[in-house]
Design a protein around this ligand. Structure first.
Ligand code: KG4
Ligand code: ZN
Length: 358
C-alpha cells in the first residue's frame, strides 16, 4: 500500500509517500520560519496563504522523489486538525481533491494521532498497548494507546505546552525561534545547577503538567541580572531551564507508568512523540527511566519528531488498513482531542472552551 500524506496544521508545509512496509519513499518539509520571523510569532493568515502557494509544488516534488505517479497511490491521508483552521483547510481540501479525482480511499488524520503512531513507523516490533508521552509545541499529554483510534488520556498541561515553554524561554533569552533547538544548543556547556528554578507539579499526584510558573521564574532570574545577559549566563540559564523541564516531564512519566502498569500489567513499551522529543537531554532521561522501569523505549527518529507528513501518511496507512476510511465530507477542526471522553485538567474550564489547545 502506497499512501500520500499531507500536513499543513501549523507552519510547516509537508508531503510524503510511505508504504505499509514502513518504507518512506519521499518526505519533504518546507518550513515557513522566515515568513513569520518579522512578526515574532506565527501569523495564521500568512501560514494558510503560504500553504496554498507551496503545497502543490511540494506534492509534485514528493511524487518525483518517490518515482511515483498518482496512479500508483493506494490512498491519501491529510491532517484534518487540530491546528490553525485556515492552515488545516488547505491540506485537507487538497487531500480530498487528490483522493476525489483519482478515486482513492481517504483518511482524515488527527495530527496528534500522527505523533502518537510515529514511533510505529520506525519500529515494526512496537505493539499496542503502550504508554505515550506526546510532547510538542502545542501539546503536552500522557496517554494510554490501546490501538489505532483508541486513546485514554492520563494527563495534560494545565497551561503551556512544553515546546511552547521552550519557545517562550528562548525568546526571553534572545535565542530566537524555534526555541527548543536554540535552548538545547545554548545549554551545551552551561551549568544546569547555577540557577534554582521551580519544578511545577513535581512530586504531586497525577499526570498533568504545568510550565507557565517555570517560564515566569526564568523571567524573574533574567530581570534580576544586574549587568544583563551575556553568553555564559545564557548558557547557564538555558541549561537550568532545560534541566527543570526534563525533571518535570520525568516525574510526570513516573506517575503515568504506575497507571499504565495498573491498566496493563504486561504492557512493555514507553513511547514518545512530538517536536520536543528531538531534545537529547529528554531522550537520555527517558532512556534511563525506561531502563529503571523495565520498559522498552521507542522514540521516533529525529526527522519524525517535529512536524512532517510521513507520520500523517503512516497514520493513514494504519487507519485504512483497519477500514477506517472517511468519505470526502471530513471537516477541518481547530480542536480535536485524541480522547474526547477525558475530563478537563484541574483549574481549566469546560473542555473545548477554555481548555488547552487540543
Ligand atoms: O511537533 P512539533 O513540530 O509541532 C507541534 O505539533 O507543535 O513541535 C514543535 C515544538 C517547538 O515548540 C520546538 O521548540 C520544539 O518542538 N522542539 C524542541 C526541540 N526541537 C523542537 N524542544 C526542545 N528541544 C529540541 N531539540
Ligand atoms: Zn506536531
Amino acid at each position: 500500500m502506497l499512501v500520500l500524506g499531507i500536513e499543513t496544521s501549523c507552519d510547516e508545509t509537508a508531503a510524503a509517500l510511505v508504504t505499509d512496509k514502513r518504507e518512506i519513499c519521499a518526505n519533504v518539509v518546507l518550513s515557513q520560519l522566515d515568513e513569520h520571523a518579522p512578526y515574532g510569532g506565527i501569523v495564521p493568515e500568512i501560514a494558510a496563504r503560504s500553504h496554498i502557494e507551496h503545497l502543490d509544488g511540494l506534492i509534485a516534488r514528493a511524487m518525483k522523489d518517490a518515482g511515483a505517479t498518482f496512479g500508483d497511490l493506494d490512498g491519501v491521508a491529510a491532517t484534518a486538525g487540530p491546528g490553525l483552521i485556515g492552515a488545516v483547510m488547505v491540506g485537507l481540501m487538497t487531500g480530498k481533491a487528490v483522493a476525489g479525482v483519482h478515486d482513492l480511499p481517504f483518511a482524515a488524520v488527527n495530527h496528534l494521532e500522527g505523533h502518537a503512531l510515529s514511533a510505529r513507523l520506525g519500529d515494526a516490533d512496537l505493539e499496542f498497548p503502550y504508554l505515550l508521552l506526546l510532547i510538542s509545541g502545542g501539546h503536552c499529554q500522557l496517554l494510554l494507546v490501546e490501538g489505532v483510534a483508541k486513546y485514554k488520556r492520563l494527563g495534560t498541561t494545565i497551561d503551556d505546552a512544553a515546546g511552547e515553554a521552550f519557545d517562550k524561554a528562548a525568546k526571553l533569552l534572545g535565542l530566537g525561534y524555534p526555541g527548543g533547538p536554540a535552548i538545547e544548543r545554548a545549554a551545551k556547556g552551561g551549568d544546569a545547577a547555577r540557577f534554582d528554578l521551580p519544578r511545577p507539579l513535581k512530586g504531586r499526584k497525577g499526570c498533568d503538567f504545568s510550565f507557565s510558573g517555570l517560564k515566569t521564574a526564568l523571567l524573574h532570574k533574567v530581570q534580576a541580572l544586574e549587568d544583563g545577559l551575556d553568553n555564559t549566563l545564557r548558557a547557564d540559564l538555558a541549561a537550568s531551564f532545560q534541566q527543570a523541564v526534563a525533571d518535570v516531564v520525568i516525574d510526570r512519566c513516573q506517575n503515568a507508568i504506575k497507571s499504565f502498569r495498573a491498566a496493563y500489567p504486561d504492557g512493555r513499551f514507553l513511547v514518545a512523540g512530538g517536536g520536543v522529543v528531538a531534545n537529547s537531554l529528554l531522550r537520555a532521561r527517558l532512556k534511563t527511566l525506561a531502563e529503571k522501569s523495565g520498559l522498552s523505549l521507542a522514540l521516533p527518529p529525529l526527522a519524525l519528531c517535529t512536524d512532517n507528513a510521513a507520520m500523517i501518511a503512516w497514520a493513514g496507512i494504519e487507519r485504512l488498513s483497519l477500514g477506517l476510511e472517511e468519505d470526502l465530507n471530513a471537516v477541518p477542526r481547530a480542536r480535536w482531542p485524541l480522547d474526547s471522553t477525558a475530563a478537563p485538567p484541574p483549574g481549566v474550564g469546560r473542555a473545548g472552551k477554555l481548555g488547552p489547545k487540543a
